[in-house]
Design a protein around this ligand. Sequence first.
Ligand code: PAF
Length: 235
Amino acid sequence: MELHGVKIVESPDDMRAWSFEQRCSGRTIGFVPTMGALHEGHASLMRAAARGNDAAVASIFVNPTQFAPHEDFNRYPRTFDADCRLSEEIGMQVVYAPTAASMYPEGYATYVNIERVSQGLCGRSRPVFFRGVATVVTKLFNAVLPHRAYFGQKDAQQCAVIKRMARDLDMGIEIVEMPIVREPDGLATSGGGRCAFRVRFSMRVISSNPANGTRRGSWMPCVQARRRWTLTMLR
Ligand code: PAF
């Protein structure tokens, strides 16, 4: 299937078959995993993947296992049409958009847990987050079979978790960390809808933690997100 000139692949088996063919003909594969709602930060990763490899793949999958029950999985922004258009413009060959059923079929029971580096910082306020990220990225890697995968330094702890995982599990994939893309106001680029999601999430952190030892430092992302939200709304 194609949308706006980019090939859409929807199952792990079909993705692996495509990637296997690329590898057999000696082509390198660059990969950018995303949850969609693409913005300039993603675009910079995708350009690097397209530039640095013979073939480039972006995945779009809003991963349920990295959301806790109170984290509004259903309200995460979904802009698939625009995301495919941008992917094609940048020169990605494939958008891998697996269905939830193909990723987590009935009876699914396997998770990847990275010790130490997943604990503390974001891992403290979002205890299931890095287990979900490590699990889904492993599954995406197993389908896309990339030579290189690109992540933004904006999510610094996520980068550290993925690097550790790739090394510890002998994945043989180069993890490329790309610099933060910033708005003129200095804050990291983030889509409007995605920002709204983050503000809602941050507000929930504030309202759910006041009595259980939330430290002043851990409120800073909330303050930043709220400032960004205000600026976005004023534009
Ligand atoms: O950074 C993200 O968008 C997600 O955590 C990722 C790496 C795509 C896994 O779902």
